[in-house]
Design a protein around this ligand. Structure first.
Ligand code: SF4
Length: 475
């Protein structure tokens, strides 16, 4: 079975928090919408734009900053360049405007009036293709209109849906030339096929993915260009750790009304002062690094989806943990980790899900944990079979994990969940390395089990904040 190639940048996307599906995806969709209007020379005739958020995008959109992402995308802002310092009209400006409306520059070149009524929340309208659905429509001076339906299935990916044929087209949109890929067919679709590919070609998993990345990219994507992308991805991840560790160490309040304090800065200074060393200190730091990234994420800071924003802390924490173990060639080791993890992320995305709105948190945190465990084994020199085993172990022990963010915010249980999963990834990697790669339950079986469990899961546990902790904890 062949599949559309999901690139490294589809799995590891430089973006902003707090959610890849509810923040990054909608911003990219809004940008794609205005870019298409511009390319078709229709932009100058637009008098108004409306966005209807459906399903999970409407249910937890406010807590996930979805309206702000849409307003930013409509102004032509690109997600990998946007952060809190970007000067633009925000959703808060729209909400707090005395008249309830603001002037918005579509794609940075055509002004319209935009009001709070122009974003509609419809949590009980659920598109049969995916619960994260948004419909953008523009009205023109001549009374005609233009409409596009977008799905945001996780990881910041966006699909445009043809409402007549139900066909879905990936949006490549704003991505830069270094990671501008063509839609193409993947060399593998399942873990079994990937293992066979490695065996038949005598390649490691990271070498197989490297070969594929180069083959499926537009233009001349050299090893050097790929290495630059990998290095930049790690630098951005590491910066999100550093920013989280050095944020206000007195304990700043996280967004929302839950009264959640940042913990990473305090934990970091405490661990550094503690008279512990060796593996105990490193384990404490592992959790601390994961907290740091996800506290940044919750504040809408710069992160790399891995594979989502809500689960962005697991992989950076595990990489930093491994680097502190001592590595000869850091850059090569990080590249090997990231390429291997991306292969596992692709297989899970292709055959299961990386979306909390689709299959619960098992799909987000479980996938991140599986990718991290696989990367760890690769970095420690494990075989492709041991890598596949590590990913399977990590995913298996997340089956049934629900998504129930309190107050619709990516705070409780999300931040701690990253720290726990980072620890699980280290354990899963060690267990796999203790064996020879042979095992009963394959990664493909685990992914299918996760998918089936997601189908059976009550929809209230899929990023709607209508069950679990979200209804028990008072906001
Ligand atoms: S509970 Fe898990 S899936 Fe849900 S928002 Fe939090 S991290 Fe994402």
């Amino acid at each position: 079975m062949s599949s559309v190639y999901t690139t490294f940048s589809d799995i590891f996307r430089i973006g902003i928090g707090p959610s890849s599906s509810h923040t990054v995806g909608p911003m990219r969709a809004a940008l794609a919408f205005v870019q298409e209007l511009d390319a078709k020379k229709l932009l100058e005739n637009v008098v108004s734009v409306q966005c209807q958020l459906q399903g999970s995008l409407a249910a937890t959109g406010i807590g996930h900053h979805t309206p702000n992402a849409i307003v930013a995308g409509l102004q032509g802002l690109k997600v990998h360049e946007y952060d809190k310092s970007t000067v633009c009209i925000t959703w808060k400006d729209v909400e707090t405007s005395a008249t309830g409306r603001v002037e918005l520059s579509l794609n940075g070149s055509h002004n319209i009036t935009f009001s709070v009524q122009d974003i509609l929340f419809e949590p009980y309208i659920v598109n049969s293709n995916h619960t994260n659905c948004m419909v953008l429509s523009a009205k023109f001076t001549d009374g005609n209109s233009f409409e596009r339906t977008f799905l945001s299935p996780g990881g910041g990916s966006v699909l445009q849906l043809d409402n007549n044929t139900q066909e879905k087209f990936p949006i490549f949109g704003e991505i830069s030339s270094t990671n501008d890929y063509v839609q193409d067919i993947s060399d593998y679709n399942t873990a079994q096929e990937l293992l066979e590919l490695c065996k038949n070609s005598n390649l490691t998993i990271s070498e197989a993915i490297r070969r594929q990345e180069k083959a499926h990219c537009r233009g001349n994507f050299t090893d050097n260009a790929l290495n630059q992308l990998l290095d930049h991805t790690w630098q951005t991840m590491n910066q999100s750790i550093e920013s989280g560790l050095t944020a206000n160490s007195k304990g700043s309040l996280m967004p929302g009304d839950l009264g959640v304090l940042r913990r990473a800065p305090k934990m970091y200074s405490t661990v550094k002062k503690m008279k512990i060393s060796g593996s105990s200190a490193r384990i404490e730091m592992l959790s601390c690094y994961a907290l740091a990234v996800n506290e940044q994420n919750a504040e809408g800071g710069r992160i790399v989806t891995a594979p989502t924003a809500g689960s962005a802390g697991v992989i950076p924490a595990v990489i930093r943990y491994l680097l502190e173990e001592g590595v000869d060639d850091k850059s090569k080791a990080i590249q090997e980790f990231l390429l291997t993890a991306s292969a596992i992320g692709f297989i899970i995305k292709q055959n299961g899900s990386i979306s909390g709105a689709e299959c619960g948190c098992q799909a987000e945190i479980g996938s991140a944990c599986a990718m991290a465990a696989a990367g760890l084994v690769a970095m420690r020199g494990g075989t492709p079979e041991q890598i596949e085993n590590a990913a399977e172990i990590a995913l298996e022990h997340h089956f049934g994990l629900t998504c129930d963010p309190v107050g619709g915010l990516v705070l409780i249980p999300c931040i701690e969940r990253n720290a726990i999963a980072a620890n699980t990834a280290v354990t899963a990697g060690s267990l796999a390395l203790a064996g020879d790669g042979s095992h009963k339950v394959t990664l493909d079986m685990a992914i299918e089990t996760m998918r089936q469990t997601g189908i059976d899961m009550n929809d209230a546990y899929k990023e709607t904040s209508r069950a679990g902790l979200a209804t028990i904890v008072e906001c």
